[in-house]
Design a protein. Structure first.
Length: 374
């Protein structure tokens, strides 16, 4: 029985020795690393918003009557003062003619009385009554003239006109609540966006602490990302920000204006405005492919030390530009992070590191901030 056990033990011992020999001969993994360096990085924030017309005019009649003609093409550009509708002017023309005749008669009477009162041929009271009648007739004539002019419903602003809600033959009244049509001025056009008051405080604190530097003359320049992800060709300008915070959303409204000569931007479009925040003079940018996330969503990288030993490093990230994340905490100039061969390394493993040569990145659009940075 003992003779049988001995060979079996020898077999296990030889297998263990063979396994130990294999483990001791495992070579370190070859990985590609990127050596980080600090550089000036312009920080941006991307805020959602809507386009809105600079001016919107609701056209309403100022006299009552039947619409005889519509004098514009729906969807066309109109100029301020252009006649849009013609309301039947017959009754207003008659009122004007009557007022004109009354004024002319009162004017002749007052003119005739003037030398007579000087010669004391009539009383001064009679002359004063004639002059008052002339002024009253003149006022009534002016009112009749205004109402007659209002039979031409004119455009109050220059812009693009919408569809007509009334047609020829429709009865309209002075002071009605329903408008006839709308006119919107589209060049330039406004973009209203909302920024968190908390984010605004962080930005101001970073500027005050020297972590960010102001952009100077370019601080008011705004770029626009359209609904399809493309960038609007012409930059805009930040006009103003509200002085109060919306109590329901905790955000502040900012308004930018953009030139819109080709009418590519229409009111109501959903867009993203890209606003510069400042410049981080010693920003650290890490490649997107080097950053991993743990089960709780926290970002980390594998950093290679001086002894080629891998260390798992938890970091904090900000914005992403050109497929690189801005690292706000956890890394510094000279750190080497693993980019290639991430599946071959783990915390504490030994590697053979060589510098990674990145491919040319064509994408330049700014993305939103990493949720883990919050």
């Amino acid at each position: 029985m003992r003779k049988r056990i001995l060979p079996i033990c020898l077999v296990f011992m030889l297998a263990a020795c063979d396994q130990g020999t294999k483990d001791s001969t495992v070579k370190p993994a070859n990985v590609g690393v990127t050596t980080l360096k600090s550089q000036p990085v312009t920080l941006f924030t991307q805020l959602p918003g809507r386009t809105t017309a600079v001016r919107t005019a609701e056209v309403r009649p100022q006299v009552s009557g039947i619409i005889l003609k519509r004098l514009f093409i729906e969807g066309s550009d109109v100029k301020a003062g252009q006649s849009l509708y013609l309301i039947d002017p017959a009754s207003y023309q008659a009122t004007y003619d009557k007022a004109l005749a009354t004024f002319e008669n009162a004017h002749r009477l007052a003119t005739r009385y003037k030398p007579l009162v000087a010669a004391q041929a009539i009383s001064k009271q009679t002359y004063d009554d004639a002059v008052a009648a002339e002024k009253q007739a003149k006022a009534e004539l002016e009112i009749a003239q205004v109402n007659l002019n209002y039979t031409h419903v004119r455009s109050p602003v220059t812009g693009r006109i919408g569809r007509s809600l009334y047609t020829e033959g429709a009865l309209v009244t002075n002071g009605q609540s329903n408008y006839l049509t709308t006119i919107q001025q589209l060049d330039p056009i406004y973009v209203d966006v909302s920024e968190s008051s908390l984010q605004l405080l962080r930005q101001r604190r970073a500027l005050a602490d020297g972590k960010l530097q102001a952009l100077g003359q370019n601080a008011a320049e705004v770029k626009l990302i359209l609904e399809d992800g493309s960038q609007y060709a012409q930059p805009g300008k930040l006009e103003f920000s509200e002085v109060t915070v919306d109590e329901t959303t905790g955000s502040i409204t900012l308004r930018a204006s953009f030139p819109n000569p080709d009418r590519d931007l229409l009111p109501g479009m959903f867009v993203h405005a890209v606003l510069p925040q400042g410049v981080a003079q010693k920003g650290i940018l890490a490649p997107q492919e080097a950053i991993l996330h743990d089960t709780k969503g926290r970002p980390y990288v594998y950093k290679v030390g001086a002894n080629n030993k891998v260390v798992e490093q938890t970091i904090k990230t900000g914005e992403m530009l050109n497929s690189q994340w801005l690292v706000t905490e956890g890394l510094q100039t000279g750190d080497r992070v693993v980019v290639d061969g991430l599946q071959l390394v783990r915390d504490g493993s030994q590697v053979v590191a060589s510098e990674h040569k990145p491919s040319v990145v064509k994408r330049t659009n700014l993305t939103t901030a990493d949720p883990s940075a919050q």
